[in-house]
Design a protein around this ligand. Sequence first.
Ligand code: AMP
Length: 508
Amino acid sequence: MTNLLFDGLLAGNDTANTFAETHDGRIYRYNDVMQDSARFANLLIERGVKPGDRVAVQVPKSVEALMLYLGTVRAGGVFLPLNTAYTVTEIEYFLNNATPRILVCDPARVDEYNEPTGSRGITLETLGATDESATATGSLAQALANADHTFENASCNKDDLAAILYTSGTTGRSKGAMLTHNNLLSNAKALVDCWQLTADDILLHALPIFHTHGLFVATNAILLASSSMLFLPGFDADKVIEGLPRATTMMGVPTFYTRLLEDPRLTGELVAPIRLFISGSAPLLAETHVAFEARTGKRILERYGMTETSIITSNPYTGERRAGTVGFPLPGVEIRITDAESGEIITNGETGSVEVKGPNVFKGYWQMPDKTQEDMRDDGFFITGDLGRIDEDGYLHIVGRAKDLIISGGYNIYPKELELLIDDIEGVQESAVFGVPHPDFGEGVVGVLVSTNGYTLREEDILEMLKGKVARFKQPKRLYLIDSLPRNTMGKVQKNILREQYKDTFSV
Ligand code: AMP
């Protein structure tokens, strides 16, 4: 029987090749991948998981957690990873919304989850981080030893669900993006092709695995290419610096790169064996791009994607990797820019709403047909909610989220334009610009900025410097110096937090 995603990812694997080397020195081969994923599939079936059932998972990062993902796919289940930072109240929302058959949690949290799962008839199991003997802990890990290492995969086709990933939901309730076998497989194929991954590659993996970046973008592409990973529990500068000379590629969020640049141990010599540094999930400042190349001689490849669509565009592997852009659509993927209000296609390089169509585009939001319809055009394009423009050479530039657009006195203001100008000012490390309620203008422009070590900045000086550079209606009315920008685990600036914090700036 065909299981499109599992067979597609693992059909050509070399069972003797290393899939992952863990921080505690375990070598995990493709043979182990085949056997442990079968064991997990058997354990899930024994616990009543049937094709289409959701398997909710909130566990620390481990190779076993990845095997639980593959085991779920083999059993025909729907993998539903959850951010480890979610509280029990947040988890209850996901249990109600997704009605999983089983929740697998960290052994340390089992007491919190007994009641919420028991009262809903959901089976509770645990899977923990590795112990001193480098093996995973928890009830499922224990049961693994006695489970059968062979499994006949459930038959799953193109449009069957493989996973539901909840979007981070900075406004309103989190939505479950339904991803099919073909969504994930087609994207992995496109990435292996674009980034030229082979069985000789070793990926330094320091990303979380509850998010599409570490889970699908990184892991699926590695599995498909039969490559290996140096699998770290998270981003720890010492561990990353130690691992880089043994890797050939790294996928990171922009904060990985800024943190590495702060470390004097980052040199061209250290990263000489790396053939490809990739960045995504949040904008990489052109300045970081330039500084990284100056220090290491390597040009970061920036790409763009989202939970609902996996990767949409990538800078080229060969050809110019253009700083401040996210490159071209992947093979088989189409993008277009439209007028946010009329939906008309914009072809003159102006900024508009970014829309995408292709085998990577998700099936819809779990049990939210209205929301799905709202975000899908009749001709199959998905409205990403990002604003962008395509330059004369075809590179896509992301200008920000549509919901971050500031409308002040009836004029549209793109925060990115102001952030770029502010970041250019000497002594400014980074900034974020956003709109807050204003009694006259609807919204007023406010910015926060972080100064470079050793610089003292004054609000009035910066406001003065901006005066000659942008039209008056765009100029921020207030700028605040802060210690650091609020970011989530993927390095995205949380403007919702800033808007809330500064909402009374203009209140009378
Ligand atoms: P998520 O669903 O958590 O992966 O978030 C997706 C969003 O992250 C996109 O809609 C973009 O707003 C943003 N994003 C991802 N990659 C980039 C990038 N390279 N540059 C700018 N924004 C990005």
